[in-house]
Design a protein around this ligand. Structure first.
Ligand SMILES: Nc1ncnc2c1ncn2[C@@H]1O[C@H](COP(=O)(O)OP(=O)(O)OP(=O)(O)O)[C@@H](O)[C@H]1O
Length: 218
C-alpha cells in the first residue's frame, strides 16, 4: 500500500534526512516508526501526504508513484491520509465541532453531511458531548482526541501520526493508542512515529527503526 523505493530527502541547506530508504507497509497494517532524534521519522511521515517531496527515489501509494501526481490531485491525496501531530494543531478560536468539520468544509461537503460525519467522528473518540467546547477548555488527552477525530472525519484509508502521545502521561497515551488500534481494526493502515518504546513494545506491532536516515531494521 505504501512503498518507498530508494527514497532520499535532502533539505535546502544540506541536511540529509533520508538516505536510500526501501520499505513496504501492507494494506491494513499498523506499524510504529522509531529511531533517535533526527533519524528522519517526521520526514518519512511527511512524504506520504506529499507535505515534502523526495529528492531521490519514489514513494508509491496503491502502486501509484506520487512523483507523477499532478498538483490538483494533492488535496485528494491528503483527504486519503489522515494526519495527527503531537501538538494537535487545533484552531483555538473555533469550537470542537468546527475544528473537526474543517477537512469536510475544505472538501466542499454539504451541511447535513458535515453534521453527520463530524458527530460520527466525535462519537468514535468519545467526545460527542464536547462539540460546543473550545479547545482550551479541554484536557491534553481530549485535545488529542479532537485532533484524531479531525484526521478520521474524511474516513481516510491511511492514518499517520507524529508523536501523538508525546505530551501525554502513560495512561492517556495508552488510551490514545487503543483508539488507533480501533481504527486499524476496521482496516485503516496506521503509521505512528513514537519515542514511547515501553508502550510500543507492550502493543507488539511491527517497528520500522530508522537511524541517520536509513532503515536500521523492520
Ligand atoms: N524543514 C527542514 N529543513 C532543514 N532540515 C530539516 C528540516 N526538517 C528536518 N530537517 C533535518 O532532517 C533531519 C531529520 O529530521 P526529522 O525531523 O525527520 O527527524 P525525526 O526522527 O523526526 O526527529 P525527532 O525525533 O527529533 O522529531 C534532521 O537532521 C533535521 O534537522
Amino acid at each position: 500500500m505504501i512503498r518507498f523505493e530508494g527514497v532520499g530527502k535532502q533539505y535546502p541547506g544540506g541536511n540529509e534526512a533520508l538516505r536510500g530508504l526501501d520499505l513496504h507497509i501492507e494494506p491494513g497494517e499498523m506499524v510504529f516508526v522509531t529511531g533517535p532524534s533526527g533519524a528522519g521519522k517526521s520526514t518519512f511521515l511527511r512524504l506520504i501526504p506529499l507535505l515534502e517531496r523526495p529528492s531521490r527515489g519514489r514513494v508509491l501509494i496503491d502502486g501509484a508513484d506520487l512523483g507523477g501526481l499532478p498538483g490538483h490531485r494533492i488535496p485528494y491525496l491528503r483527504r486519503r491520509v489522515g494526519m495527527i501531530f503531537q501538538d494537535h494543531r487545533l484552531l483555538d478560536d473555533r469550537n470542537v465541532f468546527d475544528n473537526v468539520a474543517l477537512p469536510l468544509i475544505i472538501a466542499g461537503r454539504g451541511r447535513d453531511d458535515i453534521g453527520r460525519r463530524v458527530r460520527a467522528a466525535l462519537d468514535k473518540v468519545g467526545l460527542l458531548h464536547k462539540e460546543h467546547a473550545l479547545p482550551v477548555t479541554l484536557s491534553g488527552g481530549e485535545q488529542q482526541r479532537v485532533g484524531i477525530a479531525r484526521a478520521v472525519v474524511t474516513r481516510p484509508p491511511i492514518l499517520i501520526a507524529d508523536e501523538p502521545t508525546g505530551n501525554l502521561d502513560p495512561a492517556l497515551s495508552q488510551e490514545i493508542m487503543q483508539l488507533f488500534e480501533q481504527f486499524n481494526q476496521v482496516g485503516v493502515t496506521t503509521v505512528i512515529a513514537s519515542h514511547d518504546l515501553s508502550l510500543i513494545e507492550s502493543l507488539g506491532y511491527r517497528r520500522i527503526h530508522l537511524e541517520a536516515g536509513r532503515l536500521a531494521w523492520g
